[in-house]
Design a protein around this ligand. Sequence first.
Ligand SMILES: [Zn+2]
Length: 51
Amino acid sequence: MSESSKVRCLNCLERFQIQLNVKEAMCPRCKIKYRISWPWPGQPKVRGLAK
Ligand SMILES: [Zn+2]
């Protein structure tokens, strides 16, 4: 398993890499910050906007 995973931005649909087990990640394209959860190891899920 690699040390990073990809999530898809809900706004611009860009796929970008995030580090494993981070709680927040920012889309490099539109700079929106998301909250990330990890229902399974190595499989991130965007939970919504981070404040
Ligand atoms: Zn984006």
